[in-house]
Design a protein around this ligand. Sequence first.
Ligand SMILES: NC(=O)c1ccc[n+]([C@@H]2O[C@H](COP(=O)([O-])OP(=O)(O)OC[C@H]3O[C@@H](n4cnc5c(N)ncnc54)[C@H](O)[C@@H]3O)[C@@H](O)[C@H]2O)c1
Length: 389
Amino acid sequence: MLRSAVKKKRIEFTTDIGRIRDGQTTFVTVGTPSNEDGSINLSFVKKATEDIGASIRNSEGYHLVVVKSTVVPGTTSRVVRPILESSSGRPCGDQLGLCSNPEFLAEGAAIKGTLRPDKIVIGAEDDESRNTLAKLYKRIYKGKKVATITTNPTTAETIKYASNSFLATRVSTINTIADICQRVPSADIETVSKAVGLDPRIGPLYLKAGPGYGGSCFHKDLQALIAFGQSIGYDPILLSAVEEVNQRQANEVVRMSQNLLGSLNDRRIAVLGLAFKKDTDDIREAASIRVIDQLLKNGASVSAYDPMATENARKVLPEQVSFATELGGCVKGTDCCIVMTEWDEFRKLSPRDLRTMNAQNIVDARRILDRSKFQGFNYVAVGLGSAKP
Ligand SMILES: NC(=O)c1ccc[n+]([C@@H]2O[C@H](COP(=O)([O-])OP(=O)(O)OC[C@H]3O[C@@H](n4cnc5c(N)ncnc54)[C@H](O)[C@@H]3O)[C@@H](O)[C@H]2O)c1
């Protein structure tokens, strides 16, 4: 899609900030990483806002600025607006518009999320800003019906954090139940999830037990909301628990391999999958990194394989980790393999693919293997009760 858009000259890239003047609307999509204490780092947003303001300072006509980056409640009105007004030399109103318009797409499904969003949230400073942005989206989505919520910027910003808080809470809730199942012989989280998801008040999505959430958003956004809550005199302890459960889920995966092998010292472990999620090369906050870290601390040696994320992982993992270019090389001579990412390639695994392992131990942290194929293997999976919990 990108290639075709570039060819048709429907998109171009520039490092010339002055080009902002050529357009009527500017979206701010810069990163909003965490500070050391978990609070949000707004330095990129501030710098981009200053640059936008300076760029439109001597231009004529209406300009709308849209904050799409994820920012804590109040940022657009209390941080972006004053910077924009002073750097552009114009007040918000007739000549300058400002909206918060959070992004809800999921990595690995960005095109689908963009073309068919479940909602658009427009938090506008005033009517003109709201109408200008609503009109833009109307043109983009033409006849398609997309639910549009219009509100003030602070509520819009809160909606984004609320969504990620709910989603992360669901993951930690199902993982908590999975950890209980695991300690009860014959209990199975898969069936529990299926049945629970049939309750219309709960619904079936995001009920898959696994090694814990990763990616650039959940951890960062929960930490930011916790820090923001504390800064305004409220400690959101539920969210801290969600985060703690998530961190601990990596220990569960390591504990499962320990149960299979006894001590991990001098054992060779194959880690299949490094990306936090299939179809991405993103290893930010990936559970695989936490698991590998602990495996190494327990004296194991680790070989890893991922169809897309190896180059990124190489930059953050210690040198002792060896990276294989294909699955066969990764599992060869290992005592246990741990499936960490739900890649389709792993879903299709058969005993033949693992025949060069030194011992037949599998930890399926994603519940994706067809375990009926692995008779004769010691197979354990997150949320699958075993005789030796
Ligand atoms: N990645 C996602 O799936 C996703 C989903 C929803 C919301 N978000 C939010 O969107 C924002 C961006 O996320 P991302 O994953 O794309 O981050 P990213 O770090 O991958 O990309 C941000 C880009 O902004 C550029 N940038 C920084 N300062 C700039 C400046 N002053 N002028 C111009 N460009 C500048 C950086 O060079 C970088 O290319 C974050 O607030 C994030 O929380 C991301």
